[in-house]
Design a protein. Structure first.
Lengths: 134, 256
């Protein structure tokens, strides 16, 4: 229990500081375009500067599959929060809440990833740190 | 961040914390002073080297992300821009930081490799040189304390040339020769190759350090300006490798 509480305390300290990426969030993603992507994970790239997860989303009432790619935080940041390379696997059913890319491609910045068993995981989105004027 | 997001994060941690003991995330490092329950005593006095100087060694990160987001704004000041530098800065902000060097996996430096909270840096202090090892992009800088002068001929580089000296308990570092490709923060404060940065570093106690950065670049700013950034020790952990090996954002970057 002590370990659990320590982990929670660390999480509270670290979560706000995760909101920084190597690139500008606002130059790539449109904060006015929230998106939810639901489907099966086809690939996970557990590499810096960002973890990328690839998801096949079946469109309703059709056999069409939309292929999505969503970035999370860096492995370093998420490993310090307790994530591991095998936390997400090919075949996992996930629901990703995030922000869509400005270029209109099926690309998103993941804010949270919900697992089929109901777990809701913070994904280390970099939203909210766009440069501001002094 | 919404409360819902935070709660989601905490839920995730609750499920995954049992694995935290693995690797080098949680190891007992060096001579860390400890409380009765074994936790690091971060309020203990700053350690000293055998020659009596404060020892800055340890794994550190910025206390918050405000200074990487807007270096001058976080300090509550307006940078005293030369007109051209203000124009460049506004263009960078208006373009949402599209050209930020680190977006292309180019290095961060002084102070932006230090003010980036998710990525700590490690100070290794020795009598003749103090090293800063940066997690971001697996990079380093050397601060020479062997009495050498700053070089007269300077090939501009990402980390420049640094010398340090002690003034009482304050480590004073002067850095020159930084390339003008570098931005001072993520919002895009520019500088020229004439920039000289002076850092006044004080370890206040075992767990906290503060650095006053002073920027002297008459070609880009009409007068000196300074910010003081608080840092926290990350006890009982180690740096992780961060090689920018899988950059996939650039093709989607559009700017405004």
């Amino acid at each position: 229990m002590t370990r659990l509480l320590t982990g929670l305390a660390i999480a509270v300290l670290l979560v706000p500081s995760l909101l920084v990426a190597h690139h500008s969030f606002a130059a790539e993603f449109d904060s006015s375009k929230p998106v939810t992507v639901k489907g099966a994970v086809t690939k996970v790239e557990w590499t810096n500067p960002h973890i990328w997860i690839y998801v096949d989303q079946k469109e309703e009432s059709s056999a069409v599959v939309a292929k999505w790619q969503c970035e999370m935080g860096s492995p370093n940041s998420l490993m310090r929060l307790g994530w591991r390379a095998d936390s997400l696997k090919q075949g996992d059913q996930v629901t990703i809440d995030g922000t869509r890319a400005k270029d209109g491609s099926n690309t998103c910045n993941a804010r949270t990833v919900r697992m089929a068993d109901g777990r809701r995981m913070f994904a280390g989105s970099s939203e909210g740190v766009a440069p501001t004027r002094p | 961040m919404t409360l819902r997001t935070l709660l989601g994060a905490l839920g995730c941690i609750a499920l995954l914390t049992l694995d935290v003991q693995a690797q080098w995330f949680n190891i007992k490092v060096g001579d860390t002073p400890r409380n009765a329950d074994g936790t690091p005593n971060l309020r203990a006095p700053a350690p000293r080297t055998s020659d009596g100087k404060p020892d800055l060694s340890g794994v550190w990160h910025a206390q918050n992300g405000r200074f990487i987001g807007n270096l001058a704004g976080a300090a509550g000041i307006t940078a005293p821009f030369q007109p051209w530098a203000e124009k460049v800065y506004k263009e960078r902000v208006d373009n949402n930081g599209l050209e930020r060097p680190s977006g292309q996996c180019l290095p961060k430096s002084v102070p932006d490799a230090m003010t980036l909270p998710p990525y700590p840096f490690k100070i290794v202090q020795t009598p003749k040189v103090t090293l800063m090892l940066f997690e971001i992009f697996v990079s380093y800088r050397q601060i020479h304390t062997d009495g050498r002068a700053l070089p007269v001929e300077r090939n501009p580089s990402w980390y420049g040339y640094s010398v340090g000296r002690w003034e009482s308990d304050t480590f004073v570092v002067e850095t020159v020769g930084l390339t003008d490709k570098h931005w001072l923060d993520d919002s895009g404060y520019p500088h020229t190759e004439a920039l000289k940065i002076t850092e006044r570093i004080r370890r206040r106690d075992f767990g906290t350090m503060e650095i006053e950065f002073t920027f002297d670049d008459p070609k880009a700013y009409t007068k000196l300006w300074s910010v003081t950034v608080p840092f926290e020790l990350m006890p009982d952990t180690e740096l992780l490798e961060y090689v920018c090996e899988n950059e996939r954002d650039l093709p989607h970057m559009v700017g405004k």
